[in-house]
Design a protein around this ligand. Structure first.
Ligand code: AMP
Length: 113
């Protein structure tokens, strides 16, 4: 499978790692949209959130727990942060391996663009 995030997880493509455990990998986004922009990715390849099954519930929960932990470590948990998960083209998904964007360090606007 030709997936850029699988290659990053396998360390075949370099990344600025933020966190890793047996099921989740987190790294700095290459085109940051905020002072803090970190991608939280399950090691299991899932194309879009639509393909996440009930058996993946724990894994999806681990992605959110990882986001909480990183937000806390970066000192933005209380200030505020935004988690974004794009699904399919109209939402702007460009990499088809699910990932949470953790965005923080500036005031966020609503509605999002
Ligand atoms: P999305 O558009 O929601 O699929 O998000 C994909 C994200 O992956 C974008 O924010 C890209 O900047 C980021 N991205 C793509 N390639 C890389 C890479 N090699 N290293 C880090 N981030 C990447």
């Amino acid at each position: 499978m030709d997936c850029i995030f699988c290659k990053i997880i396998d360390k075949k493509i370099p990344s600025k790692m933020v966190y890793e455990d047996e099921s989740v990998y987190a790294f700095e986004d290459i085109h940051p949209q905020a002072p803090i922009h970190i991608l939280i990715v399950p090691k299991k390849h899932i194309d879009t959130i639509l393909e996440a099954k009930a058996e993946d519930n724990e894994l999806v929960g681990q992605m959110f727990q990882t986001a909480n932990k990183i937000a806390d470590e970066r000192g933005v948990a209380q200030r505020g942060f935004r988690l974004v998960l794009n699904c399919n083209s109209e939402a702007g998904q460009s990499v088809y391996h699910i990932h949470l964007h953790l965005l923080a360090g500036r005031a966020m606007h609503w509605p999002p663009g």
